[in-house]
Structure formats: C-alpha cells, structure tokens
Write a protein that binds this ligand. Sequence first.
Ligand SMILES: Nc1ncnc2c1ncn2[C@@H]1O[C@H](COP(=O)(O)OP(=O)(O)O)[C@@H](O)[C@H]1O
Ligand SMILES: [Mg+2]
Length: 252
Amino acid sequence: MKILKIGGSILTDKKNESLANAARHSEIRRVAEEIAARPEELVLVHGAGSFGHVPAKKYGLPDNFSAEGLRVTHNSVVRLNDLVVDALSEAGLSPLPVHPLSCVLLKDGRIESFAKEPIEEMVKDGLLPVLHGDVAMDVTRRAGIVSGDQLVPYLAEALHAKIAAVGSNVDGVLVDGKPMAKITRKDLPSIETYLGGSAGVDVTGGMKGKLLEMLDLADAGIDSVIFNASKKGNIARALSGETVGTTVTRSN
Ligand SMILES: Nc1ncnc2c1ncn2[C@@H]1O[C@H](COP(=O)(O)OP(=O)(O)O)[C@@H](O)[C@H]1O
Ligand SMILES: [Mg+2]
C-alpha cells in the first residue's frame, strides 16, 4: 500500500483568490496521467489549495465557528475533488471520492478517529480512494480543518503503508535554497529558521507544517519523501521508492 499526496499548490493557483479561475486543469490532467502509469495499490490525498484556503480564511476558520463557512468551504473543496476524480477516471483509473468531513473526527485539531475500513475495501477491489484537505467536526473545538498533510501520516500508519510520498511545488525541504537529501528530528533545531509557511494562501502551515507531520510519521517508523510533483516523472519516481526530494526518516 502506498500513500501519495499531491499539494494544492500543484492543482490550484493559491495566489489566485478568485476560485473560478484557480484550478490548474492541465496540471490536474498531467498528475492523473502520471498516477495512471503506476496503478498499484494506492491511496491518493490531495491538498485543498485555494479551494479550501481562500474560503477558510474568508470565514475565519478554524478559529471562528461558522455554519456557513463550513458548508461553503466543504462544498468548494469537493468541487476540486470532483475535478481530480474526473481526471483520474479519464486517465483510465477507477477513483472514488472520500470526503474527510464524513469520516474523520478531530480532537484539539488532530485526527481522533477515522473510518478506514471503506478505504481498505476500495483498495482491495482495485479502486483508488481520493481524499482531500477538508473541514471536519472537532469534539473539543466544535470544528476544524484536517489538512492533506495531516491525513498522510494518519493513513500511512493506519493502513501500514510502505511508501508515503508528498508532492509539493518545491524540490523538497530547502535550506539555503537547496533541497536537503535527508532530515531526521535531530536536524530540526538547525534548519528551523529556514522553514516557513506557504508562498500562497495556506492556513495549514506550508512547508513547516508538512515537515512536522512527516517527522511524526518517521517517529512511528515510516519514512516519507517530500518531492517536487510539478516536475514531470517525479510522481512515478517517488511511487517506486526512488530518491527524489527530501527523505524524512527516523533518527537512530
Ligand atoms: N524551507 C523551505 N523549503 C521548501 N519550501 C518552503 C520552505 N519554507 C517555506 N516554504 C514554502 O512552502 C511551500 C510549500 O507548502 P504549501 O504551499 O503548503 O504546498 P502544498 O500545497 O504542497 O501543501 C513552498 O512552495 C514554499 O513557498
Ligand atoms: Mg500546504
């Protein structure tokens, strides 16, 4: 089993606050075709990109509880998910949408429970579950945001994934402009000043949030790779376990 995340920075233009124009249709198609070239047991997670971050910011989510904000933000990310699922289907795969709002419960902003069985059955049947960053109910904070970056380590652990590959729009975790080949938790203090949020609108922490999630996964014994999914061929490389980008692994 493999988990692949494709960042919202690839699929959407996060600097474009007008949602009507924010989907990058040609990139969505290219990503779908690259995934279709390696149709092994896979769970796909995609970021919400501007479809999530723009309405979330507008309604002050997750700090401000807003019934309208939850509905508008969810419906918006579902629209991006529709585009991704359609493209995967056109590329010859058998995708099915899985909306985290309906299967994830948060506690203090972290995944507390998750109905993983339908996903396991889908994969067994040769289907490709397609999850995404979403809003979700939170037992302590009423509602929150579950990012694609948080879904990856949770799913990788729950489904005993062999590979977790996180595609973004940069060549990995950059330090002085160059991608680090490997990062363990021990490296964190020395690179922390280089880690920032997103260049676009992103309410879930940009590269820093992403790396912290993958370090948690490494602590659980599963390595991951943060790679540039905007470069053609890298998705196949990452899925075959090739070294591409930054490997996040456990300190020993
Ligand atoms: N040290 C760093 N290395 C790489 N990217 C960084 C770093 N610090 C900040 N970033 C920013 O994080 C962005 C990736 O995070 P994000 O925009 O959330 O992507 P995604 O949509 O893939 O989740 C990069 O495009 C870059 O602007
Ligand atoms: Mg992000």
